[in-house]
Design a protein around this ligand. Structure first.
Ligand code: SF4
Length: 73
C-alpha cells in the first residue's frame, strides 16, 4: 500500500507532519510524503494522520491517483 496526499484537497494544517513526522513533511504550506516513505504498510501513525487530516487529503491505496492534468501542480 502506498500513501498519497492530494494537494488539491490539502489546506496546510500540518497535522500529518505532526502525527507521523517520519512519513510526512510540511513543505511550502502543504503536507507531502517524504521521499522513500511512500510504502506505508498501513503504519499506525499514518492511519492516525489519515484520520486526523481535516480535509481528507491523505489516502493509502494500491492504485495511484491519476496524475494532475498538464499545467497543474
Ligand atoms: S493533515 Fe491534511 S490538510 Fe493538513 S497538511 Fe496534512 S494533508 Fe494537508
Amino acid at each position: 500500500m502506498k500513501v498519497f496526499v492530494d494537494r488539491d484537497l490539502c489546506y496546510g494544517s500540518a497535522e500529518c507532519a505532526h502525527r507521523a513526522p517520519a512519513v510526512f513533511d510540511f513543505v511550502d504550506g502543504f503536507g507531502v510524503v517524504r521521499p522513500g516513505h511512500e510504502e506505508t504498510g498501513e503504519d499506525p501513525s499514518v492511519l492516525e494522520a489519515i484520520e486526523k487530516c481535516p480535509s481528507q487529503a491523505i489516502s493509502i491505496t494500491d492504485t495511484p491517483p491519476p496524475a494532475p492534468a498538464p499545467g497543474q501542480p
